[in-house]
Design a protein around this ligand. Structure first.
Ligand code: BG6
Length: 420
């Protein structure tokens, strides 16, 4: 903690003092216990396109190195900006020489980027070429904060540490997989960012496909970043549109979306979608993966439901549910005899585990805490690789092609998904 500094760089008119006040109010929400971090934060005002701004940033970083650390420090450049600014910032950062490591073990430089990486396969490739010009792959950290969520990391641990589930993990037992990403929040306050994307690119291309890859991938040969990236990319590379489920495809926008600040008055961006995907391999043939996401819905719930096939002649259908939000945990839906003399009735029961129940003992880490921690350690396991990003864009291109047949509908704020 002692040898740690945050130097914020932005266009807004702050100085160190006013920026700290802003962080105290908005991020720390007035929590005076966390306020000790404030003295570690400073602010450099600058324009993304202006070389002299980067010189000022460089001066600030050098003065911290010279006066406080008395050595060349490691530097993590975190681009928390809309993706349209990546190109200019990466180029300017490099031109300014700030990304050059000091050499030796100390003074590494790394760059953290937020999803989505590009807006289609072409732009993603261009971004990769640009990054490759200035950084080695081990310096690049592509954030998909869902990969860093405790409950997502747990999917592989759960699958590969419990011998009773993995044998069921195929078309033989699984009827379908549903990945639901429902949010009550609207896009208010983020209209400008969101309108350039729509739900499919905001969460579909990244978070939903990350969840799908963890459910459908093969067991990696070990838990190294390379082995995990390889298997996640392999399964994403096998994604196709699920034929025969055309009725499932939906695109819709909530009423009032076009009046949100930053949104174009004639915007065609979807705020809700459902897509049916197929994984073209032996294990998953004919198993639909139904991906749905939306804003301004009646509930906030992110979950993955593995729905098992029905037993012959019976109606009971077991489910395994990975709960991601609001609470994180795992639930199993099973059936048991209703207690009572002479009763033969079967009733549905739930076995469940919630991370919150373990709070204090094993508190789940926040996804962004984990992202930053791993980037500092240089561990790329929970970040997206180039191969995964390309495979995801190829699938998204298929969805966009298919969507031509799915006209944009509208729905009322607070709708249930079934009503859309
Ligand atoms: C972000 C999306 O990546 O994830 C947002 O841009 C979405 O639109 C958010 O609301 C959800 O993340 P979390 O961690 O709050 O579930």
């Amino acid at each position: 903690m002692a040898n740690f500094r945050v130097v914020a760089f932005g266009r807004r008119d702050f100085d160190d003092m006013s920026y700290r006040q802003f962080v105290f109010r908005e991020a720390l929400q007035g929590d005076s216990q966390s306020a000790v971090i404030l003295e570690k934060i400073s602010y450099v005002k600058g324009e993304f396109k202006d070389a002299s701004s980067y010189r000022r940033l460089g001066d600030k970083l050098s003065s911290v190195d010279a006066k406080e650390f008395k050595k060349c420090s490691n530097k993590l450049f975190y681009l928390a900006v809309p993706p349209v600014h990546y190109e200019v910032i990466i180029s300017e950062l490099s031109l300014s020489g700030l990304t050059i490591p000091c050499g030796g073990d100390l003074g590494w430089t790394r760059v953290l980027l937020e999803k989505p990486f590009g807006s289609d396969l072409e732009t993603a490739k261009r971004l990769d070429l640009l990054l490759a010009k200035h950084f080695k792959e081990e310096q690049i950290f592509r954030i998909d904060h869902y990969l860093a969520k405790e409950s997502l990391q747990n999917i592989l641990a759960f699958r590969f540490s419990n011998s009773i589930f993995e044998p069921l993990w195929s078309r033989k037992f699984v009827e379908r997989v549903e990945i639901n990403f429902f949010e009550e929040r609207t896009v208010a306050g983020r209209g400008l960012f969101y309108d350039g994307l729509g739900a499919l690119l905001d969460v579909g291309q990244n978070h939903l496909l990350a969840m799908l890859s963890l459910i459908a991938m093969k067991k990696p040969k070990d838990l190294s970043a390379g082995a995990l990236h390889k298997e996640r990319a392999k399964v994403l590379g096998r994604l196709k549109i699920f034929c025969g489920q055309e009725g499932v495809f939906r695109r819709a926008q909530y009423e009032g979306y076009r009046s949100e600040s930053g949104v174009a008055p004639d915007s065609e961006a979807e705020t809700f979608f459902t897509v049916a995907a197929a994984v073209l391999n032996l294990r998953w043939r004919n198993v639909p993966f139904l991906l749905s996401a939306g804003k301004a819905l009646n509930e906030s719930k992110v979950e993955i439901r593995i729905i098992f096939r029905k037993d012959d002649g019976r109606l009971n259908q077991n489910e395994l549910i990975f709960k991601i939000r609001p609470s994180e945990g795992i639930a199993i839906k099973f059936f048991a005899k209703k207690p009572g003399l002479g009763s033969e009735e079967i009733e549905e029961k739930i076995l469940s585990f919630n991370y919150d129940d373990d709070a204090g003992k094993n508190k789940a880490s926040d996804a962004y805490e984990k992202v930053l921690y791993d980037a500092v350690l240089g561990d790329q396991t929970l970040f997206a690789s180039t191969a995964e990003v390309s495979a995801a864009w190829k699938f998204i291109a298929k969805v966009r092609g298919h969507w031509k047949q799915a006209p944009l509908k509208t729905y009322k704020k607070g709708s249930r998904v079934e009503e859309i």
